[in-house]
Design a protein around this ligand. Sequence first.
Ligand code: GLN
Length: 247
Amino acid sequence: SYTIGVLALQGAFREHLEHLQRAVAAADLAAYSFSLLEVKTPEQLAQCSALVVPGGESTSMSLIAERTGMLEPLREFVASKPAWGTCAGLILLASEIHNARPHQKALGGMDICVARNAFGRQLESFEEACDFSDFAPGVTAFKTVFIRAPVVSAVRKGADFVSVGPKKMHRPNVCSFQEGEKTLTSFDLVVKAECENTAPVEVLHSLPNGLVVAVRQGNKLGTSFHPELADDCSFHHWFVKEFVVGH
Ligand code: GLN
């Protein structure tokens, strides 16, 4: 039996729980038993066999995690167990965050570099029908929703980080903040975390313009978009089969 947790500190966790509920009811998963859990405490996290980190706001999520004593337990969890981050969750799972905000923390579950708010103002939010069937059998014409989404800009290959996607990013949506007397922008603010994931990083999906929006590293999955906001649980179903039951 499997317990799938959804981190419920902030953001779109209810939608993930609803989609998972529908996904685990599929006939081809009837042989397994699943419980779903809203995760707010280290005790709840300890019960989970896999964790979904939802979209929302990555800085708020990491601040709440710190305040509630969840940061270290989350780091330990994602160092070994299956996890999936969507949007802000992908930012949290990364080992390097560019265009970060001050005090933001990374969990370092995947050895990737993400750029926050990478689509610029014009393209802050949009939808796109994507065909994911080359890695997720049967998931075609899937409505992906992007909301102030990050992209994966580099991934670990052997000893190096190599950039992925187009050389020139879309204009990132930069924010400014005060540090003492100085007004700084987030553009050059980079936050890093140790990462123990040694599995190869696979780029699962790029948009037609080359921006990388879905990656996998071993039992970790990261998507820039929000499958929990589509009226379709096929992506969650694939996650459960491939990452929860498969590991
Ligand atoms: N821009 C948000 C962040 O940096 C992510 C947005 C989202 O999760 N939809 O955390």
